[in-house]
Design a protein around this ligand. Structure first.
Ligand code: PLP
Length: 508
């Protein structure tokens, strides 16, 4: 015991801001966990230890009490305090399975290579992640101008609601979300997107990612096939893959999704499409293709997930009707988000599910994610019902339309018609085409270093990159910043895509 007191005395720092009680507790825990104090050994009396260390006896008593409460020591009245035996039972925890440090194929079967800290699917998710740390600035694609959001109106509505906040607004949000919001959204979607639904069919989520995740968990099984467009939004691809679906990339052409015979031969369980504004290329799925897809889905029991992420912003023509509005067989799960209409950090989205699935989805969302944020949902409901959503979208469409034009002008003034602008009729970005020989990943990386964010088309292809280009967002860039930021990007493109080859020295 003399040794324990000496060791403790040497470790205790009386000058430290950390109270003696905490220091002593941590030191004794450490001594027990490392075996310096062996199981069964008797601790000195509190009076003796306090005297040896020059601390108050109460301090030691508190430490002993805490050690006893946490199971480090056992105190018996009259006979003293002993170190408990808490050594792990190694024999009980070591099983043949634990000793086998291998994982095998994607499902973890078959012992092919060692499994590290991450699961195989987790590692794959991280390795192929598309998410970027920087989410704001020229020319971040897919981001609205949050500076234009009517924050005052929002805070007024919010303040009013907080004044009358009751348990109904402050608990979980069972039943698929705040009922008035679901009613407001069903009215809005009927008018703006020709979606056919009742409020009961609407499930409020935290956005499109969560809607896809929920749909896949409830409708598909591990190993089922999911069609994704080639190219497609990397985030949706990640969500599907993380749920264990086998991705089957299906080509797109000017009319949208264009399945080949080999695709049709093995019907998928899920088909994820962006018919109103193909992401990222921007084409619209033709009516004939829509009807064919719906008929195929009806015949082969395919669930179509329609990602309608930004179709309110069309420049020139009216927004197009949704695919869901044409669906008579109840095969379409329509998903949308307020992230691009209002602000991404809001994290409120919605899904419209066929009537016969609505109750199951309401239970599923509550069971999996324990949904809440009713106050935010209530503010949003008022915001929509009072007409602010419609007027904000109208104002933003004008503003983004101007920015889109300024960016197109900048492209033309730097490159003439050498670089095509694709998919610019709608949305918050367009694709700036690059010559076939260009390395769009390298150009995007160099642009990032120069302070400009663009995304390479390469990041959206799963199998074979058909087109080279950069996703270039204009919505969040103030008018006056567009030309200077594009000048920087143009410089990077010039250097990487148009640099003259070094003159060959003549032989001889
Ligand atoms: C095509 C597409 N779908 C979905 C999302 C993400 O939606 P949410 O933020 O609601 O999860 C994005 C975001 O950029 C997108 O581009």
């Amino acid at each position: 015991m003399v040794i324990l007191s000496e060791w403790l005395a040497a470790q205790l720092d009386k000058e430290s801001a950390e109270p003696a009680y905490r220091q002593l507790l941590q030191l004794m825990q450490q001594a027990i966990l490392t075996g310096r104090l062996a199981p069964g050994s008797k601790l000195p009396s509190s009076r003796t230890l306090a005297g040896d260390l020059g601390v108050a006896r109460n301090t030691v008593l508190h430490v002993y009490d805490q050690l006893s409460a946490e199971g480090y020591v056992l105190s018996t009245t009259g006979s003293g305090t002993y170190v408990a035996d808490t050594r792990p039972d190694c024999a009980a925890v070591s099983t043949p399975a634990a000793a086998d440090d291998s994982a095998g194929d994607e499902n973890g079967a078959g012992a092919a290579f060692p499994r590290g800290d991450m699961s195989i699917r987790g590692q794959r998710l991280i390795d192929e992640a598309g998410v970027s740390a920087k989410q704001w600035g020229a020319f971040m694609p897919g981001v609205p101008d949050v500076a234009e959001f009517p924050a005052r109106t929002w805070s007024r509505l919010q303040a009013r609601l907080w004044k009358s906040a009751n348990h109904g607004l402050l608990t979980y949000a069972p039943g698929g979300g705040y009922r008035p919001l679901r009613r407001a959204l069903s009215d809005y979607l009927r008018v703006a997107r020709s979606v056919r639904c009742t409020p009961d069919q609407i499930i409020i989520t935290t956005g499109i990612h969560q809607s896809i995740d929920l749909a896949v968990r409830l409708l598909a099984d591990y190993g089922d096939i999911a069609w994704v467009e080639e190219p497609c939004y990397w985030g949706a691809r990640s969500v599907l893959r993380a749920s264990g679906l086998k991705l089957a990339p299906v080509p797109v052409d000017a009319e949208g999704l264009n399945p080949r015979e080999q695709d049709l031969r093995e019907p998928p369980r899920i088909a994820l499409v962006t018919p109103s504004h193909q992401y990222p290329l921007g084409m619209v799925m033709s009516l004939a293709r829509r009807r064919t897809l719906l008929e195929y889905a009806r015949q082969h029991k395919v669930w179509i997930i329609e990602d309608d992420y930004d179709s309110e912003f069309r420049y020139g023509s009216r927004p197009l009707a949704s695919l869901q509005g044409l669906d008579d067989s109840g095969r379409v799960i329509y998903v949308g988000s307020l992230g691009k209409l209002l602000f991404p950090g809001l994290r409120i989205g919605y899904m419209v599910v066929p009537e016969r699935l609505a109750a199951m989805f309401r239970t599923g969302v509550a069971e999996l994610y324990r949904e809440g944020q009713l106050m935010q949902q209530a503010v949003l409901a008022e915001f929509i019902m009072d007409g602010y959503l419609t007027s904000h979208v109208r104002r933003m469409r004008m503003l983004y339309g101007e920015r889109r034009q300024l960016l197109i002008d900048a492209v033309t003034s730097h490159f003439g018609d050498a670089l095509p602008v694709m998919g610019d009729e709608a949305g918050l970005h367009f694709v700036l085409g690059l010559p076939d020989h260009a390395d769009d990943r390298a150009i995007a990386a160099a642009a990032y270093d120069a302070g400009v964010i663009v995304r390479p088309l390469a990041a959206y292809y799963s199998v074979r990159q058909e087109l080279k280009g950069l996703l270039t967002g204009y919505a969040c860039v103030p008018h006056e910043e567009i030309e200077p930021a594009f000048a920087t990007l143009a410089q990077v493109i010039e250097t990487h895509a148009f640099a003259k080859p070094q003159k060959q020295r003549r032989a001889g």
